[in-house]
Design a protein around this ligand. Structure first.
Ligand code: SAM
Length: 261
């Protein structure tokens, strides 16, 4: 069965292409051709995504940064917390918001708070409008990060999570390093998300099918799934249900207006 049929959405085509292919697609001549085509037809023939989106940065495929900035803009958020920062240039600095707070235990990372998310939440008294969870990539830690973020979240706030839709079991491995190298990796973060899909009927949850799977969680309601101990096979068998996988178009439709308190 093809993955497209399996999930009902074109998730396979919406991830990042390989680096070499990406370089070709982004080279000056092809970029120009694509831009001209888009201008005429409103579609991008090479992105695997043939809808014309009215997205902030005008890209048909959304990045985690665009998703976060879109939610900030629509909801008028002012406070942002990033769990797992590493280099600020990759994400943190690109978030357009009045106040940004970063947490990362690695002393070489560029975070304001050099500590684990657990240590940060233990002493935190601040409320955040939007929390981005991208720290320790194990299911158990992501579950804790979700629970702690909910405690610190504004009434109409939102949690955004990275790496929620690993495309293969290899991507979903527990450890980043393989034989001294660091191939693409999403970890088992998705299991923390799946836990909340199974146990928290008081939350509204979805994963946007872009940039390795961008999870969205806020207060609301959902039909929980029957998945006590999530295994990769469960995810592969029915991504659409396990994650409540939605397209970028559906995300834009659902989050065109502010999240209700
Ligand atoms: C994938 S990187 C973050 C990338 C960044 N958010 C981005 O979008 O470019 C993950 C980071 O999480 C940090 N990290 C690991 N365990 C953590 C924990 N328990 N709490 C917070 N951050 C953690 C790591 O040190 C690493 O810098």
């Amino acid at each position: 069965m093809s993955r497209r049929k399996e999930t009902g959405v074109d998730w396979e085509n919406s991830g990042k292409p390989g680096k070499a292919l990406w370089r070709v697609l982004e080279s000056a001549p092809l970029k120009g051709l694509r831009a001209a085509w888009r201008k005429t037809t409103g579609r991008d023939p090479l992105s695997g995504d043939n809808r014309a989106y009215d997205f902030a940065q005008g890209r048909h495929r959304a990045s985690r940064i665009q998703i976060v900035n879109h939610l900030i803009q629509v909801n008028g958020y002012t406070t942002y917390l990033e769990i797992g920062v590493r280099r600020t240039g990759a994400m943190f600095e690109n978030i357009t918001v009045a106040s940004r707070t970063g947490v990362d235990p690695d002393p070489n990372a560029e975070a304001d708070h050099v500590m684990t998310s657990d240590a940060f939440f233990a002493d935190n008294t601040q409320r955040f409008d939007i929390v981005f969870i991208d720290g320790n990539h194990t299911g158990d830690q992501v579950k804790k990060d979700i629970e702690n973020s909910l405690e610190a979240l504004s009434p109409n706030g939102v949690i955004v999570l990275h790496d929620m839709n690993p495309p293969s079991m290899f991507h979903a491995r527990e450890t980043f390093e393989v034989d001294g190298r660091f191939p693409s990796w999403n970890g088992s973060s998705w299991k923390g998300f799946a836990w909340a899909r199974a146990h928290r009927s008081d939350l509204t949850m979805a994963v946007v099918d872009t940039d390795w799977g961008v999870g969205i969680i806020h207060r609301g309601a959902q039909d929980t799934i029957d998945l006590d101990v999530p295994r990769y096979e469960d995810l592969a068998a029915d991504r659409k249900t396990v994650l409540n996988l939605i397209t970028v178009r559906a995300f834009l439709d659902r989050y065109a207006t502010p999240i209700a308190e």
